[in-house]
Design a protein around this ligand. Structure first.
Ligand SMILES: [Zn+2]
Ligand SMILES: [Zn+2]
Length: 87
């Protein structure tokens, strides 16, 4: 089996494989806290996590709007029910 060499340092032996791009990385290029290569994927992950938080904000707004609509619907049903019962 051939030894893996770091994608950034061809003279260094790879110690791990990036969890994201799957490329072999040496001790210097590997980030043990994330399991990604420091060079590309750690940066890309930071960018994509910003996108994720934006998505979460949109989701929260949608949930809030649905909650308001739900509250209004319950209020409407209550008013209708009161009107029907009053007859
Ligand atoms: Zn990577
Ligand atoms: Zn390296």
């Amino acid at each position: 089996m051939a030894e893996f060499l770091c994608m950034n340092h061809p003279h260094k032996q790879a110690v791990a494989q990036c969890r994201r791009c799957g490329k072999p990385v040496c001790q210097d290029c590997y980030d043990p806290s994330t399991g990604y290569c420091r060079d590309q994927c750690t940066k890309n992950e930071a960018v994509s996590s910003v996108h994720t938080s934006k998505k979460n904000v949109v989701l929260q707004v949608i949930v809030a709007i649905l909650a308001i609509i739900g509250g209004l619907a319950i209020l409407l049903i209550t008013i209708c029910g009161a009107l029907i019962l009053s007859y």
